[in-house]
Design a protein around this ligand. Sequence first.
Ligand SMILES: [Zn+2]
Length: 274
Amino acid sequence: MSGIKFTILSHGYIENDYAWNVAVPKPGSLEDKHPMAEWIRVPCFSVLIKHPEQGYILYDTGSCPGDEKDRRPKELQKLFPYYAKREEFLDARLAELGLKPDDISTIVLSHMHWDHSGGLGFFSNTKAGRNILVSRKDYEYGITETHCSTVPFAGGGYFKGNFEFEGLAFNFIDEDQSLASGIDIITLGGHTPELLGLVLHLDEGTVIFPSDAVYMSKNYGPPATRPGIVYDTLGFDKSIRKLYSLQKKYNAKIIFPHDSEQFSTLKQAPYFYG
Ligand SMILES: [Zn+2]
């Protein structure tokens, strides 16, 4: 009996060209030299875990801008428009469950891209804000890309503002490890130099969150299909092999980060899986 439970906190949705998620989805051909791009809508969510000894652990913070104005650069807003009502921001989602940011003990950030770290600002000077776990490789790459150039948004998904909230402290993760009984952190390459996936061993079975190492079921397969945005294609392939092996080992369910079809089948807060 692990006693671990989790719930899904939905933070609205992102729209974008499908070719970012799945590489060359409609190749041009002699018969159709200019195929139309496909415009899709994908979910954006975070995961709140209730652990019997560690209390509340948050996996990702959504892409909530933290105020009602989208503070992302204009170019980004055009490529990846993001739609969230105020009540869908992370602080409001926590409040719906009777929780404040100070009630969270730990934050595990899958990676520092804008749609996963955007709600960090809610945790300035809180217990969880001083206990953020991130991948060292991802953080180092992101902060270098954004702070050693004149553009506020760089490296394919890092946004300078999301590194600069006061009263935050980061603990760096370099390898697979147990976070608490029944919760494993796994390192996955490909999407960025490395990101953190999460394996939750619930009483009802094991669930794996691969974050953007695998956007959606179409990428996972089998057969796997590489995404259009990828830092390292061989790293993506390696992550897929690692996930196949873990899924088999634990007979696990995989919950993809940006798969609208799967997302429509998931129960959201206030329902807790366990
Ligand atoms: Zn993402």
